[in-house]
Write a protein that binds this ligand. Structure first.
Ligand code: CP
Length: 306
């Protein structure tokens, strides 16, 4: 059972709630393999996508997930909205609520915005990424992808490489994988390691060769250059030399390792093209699974009493 009307982060979910979402997503993945992919549970409901930051995967898959569940969908475009005339986030949200929204899917550059909206409105708020804090549906689709591939999560060695400091995906995945019993290793330059994270039951490596040894899952992250001030890295070339995921380095992991990336990828910066497109890559499976997972989240939140 999902307890909250909102999905704000993985931090707030119990392992039982996570597995319930993943089980529900599994049912929707079967629905998506049928000729007729549309089902009625959200008929008469309205989902508003409110994205203050760019997105390809998350925004499109939330739109498609809502449509597959028969909801009406509004994609709010900040660039052509009254936000450009100075309207506040609070007034924008209250306006959308007054127009009858049932779900607000929010992405914002500031951490905590979904939590603010959750207190303000009695509609379901879904965090689609808040600053460097959390991106819960990305972690859920990552867990789903690993579970589909490996048939378990408990006991797996999951190596997460890159810009841990600025990555909401890393934070949500650390919560998710550790709650379900995986061994999480973080591999990053010392300058991209946040100080508050070592108490979450993870291991930290600053050397790729050590961190990748016998890994079951490798997740490499985009450098969040838009969130970094200068001085974290000498150059992108040096970053690739020290932390780029190459075919050579892949040999250190288990033979059946899977390679993940939340996207968007910077080929030649965090990952070699031959690895991104190679036989171990499940990067496009992650995208496909995101649709089933977001259907599950919308479906389950619709059943929670507001
Ligand atoms: N993974 C992810 O959030 O991608 P988008 O920014 O394209 O939504």
């Amino acid at each position: 059972m999902i307890q909250s009307k909102d999905l704000l982060g993985i931090k707030e979910l119990s392992p039982e709630e996570i597995y319930h979402i993943l089980d529900t997503a599994s049912g929707f993945r079967d629905v998506l393999s049928r000729d007729i992919k549309k089902v009625p549970p959200l008929r008469g409901k309205t989902v508003v996508n409110l994205f203050f930051e760019p997105s390809t995967r998350t925004r499109i898959s939330f739109e498609l997930a809502a449509k597959r569940l028969s909801a009406d969908v509004i994609n709010f475009s900040v660039a052509t909205s009254s936000v450009t005339k100075g309207e506040t986030l609070k007034d924008t949200a209250l306006t959308i609520k007054a127009l009858g929204a049932d779900f607000l899917v929010i992405r914002h550059s500031s951490a905590g915005v979904p939590h603010f909206l959750s207190r303000l409105l009695d509609v379901s708020i879904i965090n689609a990424g808040d600053g460097s804090n959390e991106h819960p549906t990305q972690a859920l689709l990552d867990l789903f992808t690993v579970l589909s591939s490996k048939k378990k999560i408990k006991g797996l060695v999951v190596a997460i490489i890159g810009d841990i400091s600025h990555s909401r995906v890393a934070r949500s995945c650390i919560y998710g994988f550790t709650k379900l019993g995986a061994h999480v290793r973080l591999i990053c330059p010392p300058t991209l390691m946040p100080p508050d994270i070592t108490n979450l039951g993870i291991e930290v490596f600053h050397n790729m060769e050590e961190g990748l040894k016998k890994a079951d899952v490798i997740m490499t992250l985009r450098l969040q250059l838009e969130r970094q001030s200068k001085g974290f890295l000498p150059s992108l070339e040096e970053y690739f030399y020290l932390y780029g995921l190459t075919q050579e380095r892949m040999k250190l992991a288990k033979d059946d390792v899977i390679v993940m990336h939340p996207g968007p990828m910077n080929r030649g910066v965090e990952i070699e093209s031959d690895v991104a497109d190679g036989p171990h890559s499940v990067i496009l499976d992650q995208v496909t699974n995101g649709l089933a997972v977001r259907m599950a989240v919308l479906y389950l939140l619709a059943g929670v009493k507001k």
